[in-house]
Design a protein around this ligand. Structure first.
Ligand SMILES: [Zn+2]
Length: 103
């Protein structure tokens, strides 16, 4: 018999690209720091304005090339910041390729 457990509150956030909602810890936080630097924030605690991306690589691709993050972070991403996102995308692609080798 399925027992209804007590509902825990899990904070939900929306991916700025696909607009799907996920538990916050499953998303990747991109932050625009006080100095205007835009970077991936693995801790989720960096100061500044945050935007969230899901783990779908298509979303990373669009975030790096499109204006989703510009809108979400109310800034204009520099070519260097876009390049950093592309680099992170490539790193994730490589990681996925590695894990699928083992399966
Ligand atoms: Zn997404």
């Amino acid at each position: 018999m399925a027992k209804k457990g007590r509902r825990k509150h899990i904070p939900q956030r929306t991916c700025v690209v696909c607009r799907r909602t996920f538990p916050k810890r499953e998303l990747n936080r991109i932050v625009r720091g006080p100095e205007g630097d835009v970077h991936v924030d693995p801790t989720g605690k960096a100061p500044g304005r945050g935007a969230y991306l899901c783990n779908d690589l298509a979303c990373w691709e669009k975030a790096a090339t499109g204006s989703f993050l510009d809108r979400a972070l109310k800034t204009s991403l520099t070519p260097a910041q876009r390049a950093a996102l592309q680099a992170e995308l490539e790193r994730r692609k490589a990681l996925l390729a590695q894990t699928s080798d083992n399966g």
